[in-house]
Design a protein around this ligand. Structure first.
Ligand code: GDP
Length: 528
């Protein structure tokens, strides 16, 4: 039997716009998963003004988590790894990168607000990876939008079809429960100790049952019958292959706060969510069933303990078995590394890991050799996981050292922090004293400023630039400086000398494109 069958893993991330209920749902999943001592800790971390952790001072000052780690529990024989993506104002490239380590995603949508901005961005990353995306429509205890309307919006705005796994019963703002389309049963909303619901099994398995009519009342029952008939007739068929490819999203309705629909969601999700997927590498497709160890670095967190100035590299295991103290080959440095103090991060707690399997995430002490996207593998079985995606920055600033005498430390700091993936750095070909940095979330600017000061002793001047998008440019005989229509733009080079332009808006981009017909514009470096 393979490692995967004997030790099933489900590794996923929850994506949502701030306030849709990610913290609440995460907690409830932990609660139902039996990790009760952890429920409360997720919210505590969000709300706490003085984090117990000795992580970056910024975290303490603002009571937020700059990192994302993993929450783990066992449920009915499955080890569940929830990748904790930072939300809110701490949105950053780390949020995107975490999605690269996930095998599926749960997208939370606020029933009243529908598809919001941040959800769209995170959805796009998942969609591009082709991983299954599950939808949880939250806050059903409140007034909200019509479920059909939400389905339509998901399709229009995100370009994915939705298959409702359950359907609200009753009237908006006063739902009685949901009808489970797979089991043909009504799950009633109950404010007792049944954790938010009571399942009412149907004897005949048909929504038209008289028993249901009696239970729900004439009007609610009729409305439900009409809705289900419409879904059966006009909606998509449930097609697991489409779900697996990320072309169809199973949609659930519930309320994380009142627990309503959380357990059925968890169980159905775990039934449908994929096990750790094979990953592409330079040599071969790496199967999670393989006995040969491999993993990649998807995130680096520095200064988790300022007393030691340590760095933690988070790795996702792709194949084989990880054991504490094992020697692995670090492909990018060409060196063997002994992994002696692997750690797992459960909310604020750190525990030492003895063993981990494909799908698991662990933190390694990083002696300063790891970078985002690096591969670790078994000595003698060298592979290299494919280039980690670069996420197009959306905010830009020019930075320079306040004190020009500190230029050397400044350049060193900028170089190291870029390697670590804290920000993306560009330079204007003719300008030597300053860099242009690009980020996806403004917190990254603060982190940069803070860390240059703390770790390199450099104060910086930072001026924000009025651009909203970056495009790498390529084309036969391209001379970036001669691009037309760039009066409101800026021409730069990335750290590998590839030319790119900064532009204010999509509209402006189109203007530039029209004036430079032979030039290709890419949202990520073209040879990536
Ligand atoms: P996050 O920013 O996505 O992590 O959202 P939170 O989980 O912190 O929730 C944001 C707010 O919505 C909080 O005040 C929650 O109590 C509330 N909330 C979360 N789930 C529900 C729900 O099912 N119903 C209602 N009425 N409120 C909810």
């Amino acid at each position: 039997m393979s490692v995967n069958e004997t030790n099933p893993r489900r590794t996923f991330a929850i994506i949502s716009h701030p306030d849709a209920g990610k913290t609440t749902l995460t907690e409830k999943l932990l609660l139902y998963g039996g990790a009760i001592h952890l429920a409360g800790s997720v919210k505590a971390r969000k709300a706490q003004k003085h984090a117990v952790s000795d992580w970056m001072e910024i975290e303490k000052q603002r009571g937020i988590s700059v990192t994302s780690s993993v929450l783990q529990f066992d449920y009915q024989g499955i080890r569940v790894n929830i990748l904790d993506t930072p939300g809110h104002q701490d949105f950053s490239e780390d949020t995107y990168r975490t999605l690269i380590a996930a095998d599926s995603a749960v997208m939370i949508i606020d029933v009243a607000k529908g598809v919001e901005e941040q959800t769209k961005k995170l959805f796009r990353v998942c969609k591009d990876r082709g991983i299954p995306i599950f939808t949880f429509v939250n806050k059903l205890d409140r007034f909200g939008r019509n479920p059909f309307e939400l389905m339509e919006e998901i399709e229009k705005v995100l370009g994915i079809r939705a298959y409702p796994m359950n359907w609200p019963v009753g009237v908006d703002g006063n739902y009685k429960g949901v009808y489970n389309r797979q089991l043909n049963q009504v799950e009633l909303f109950a404010k007792d100790d049944s954790h938010g619901q009571r399942a009412v099994p149907s004897t005949t398995g048909n929504v038209e049952d008289a028993a249901f009519r009696q239970l729900l009342g004439e009007d609610a029952h009729q409305a439900l019958c009409d809705d289900i008939a419409l879904l059966d007739m006009a909606g998509d068929e449930f097609d697991y292959d489409k779900v697996a490819r990320g072309d169809l999203t199973p949609m659930f309705f519930g309320s994380a706060m009142t627990n309503f629909g959380v357990r059925p969601f968890l169980e159905e999700f775990l039934r449908l969510a994929p096990p750790p997927a094979p990953r592409r590498s330079s040599e071969e497709i790496v199967s999670p069933e393989s006995d040969v160890f491999s993993a990649f670095v998807f995130k680096i967190q520095a200064n988790m303990n300022p007393a030691h100035r340590d760095r933690i590299a988070f790795i996702r295991i792709c194949s084989g078995r990880f054991e504490r103290g094992m020697n692995v080959y670090h492909v990018q440095s060409g060196k063997q590394v002994k992994l002696s103090q692997p750690q797992q991060f459960l909310a604020q707690e750190r525990t030492l890991v003895e063993e981990a399997l494909p799908g698991d995430i662990i933190g390694l002490f990083d002696p300063g050799i790891f970078a985002i996207g690096d591969t670790l593998c078994q000595p003698g079985h060298e592979i290299r996981f494919e280039d980690f995606p670069v996420f197009p920055p959306e905010q830009f600033a020019r930075v320079q050292a306040k004190d020009t005498m500190k230029r050397k430390q400044f350049v060193k700091g900028m170089t190291q922090l870029t390697q670590e993936g804290a920000v993306q750095v560009f330079r204007q070909p003719s300008v030597v004293e300053s860099f242009v940095v690009g980020v996806v979330g403004s917190l990254q600017f603060e982190v940069l400023q803070y860390r240059l000061k703390q770790e390199y002793g450099v104060d910086i001047l930072m001026n924000s630039l009025p651009y909203g998008l970056a495009r790498w440019v390529a084309g036969p005989g391209l001379n970036p400086k001669a691009l037309k229509g760039m009066d409101n733009g800026m021409v730069l080079e990335d750290t590998r000398g590839r030319p790119l332009v900064l532009i204010t808006t999509e509209w402006q981009l189109n203007w530039v494109k029209e004036r430079n017909p032979g030039v290709e514009f890419y949202a990520a470096p073209p040879d990536n």
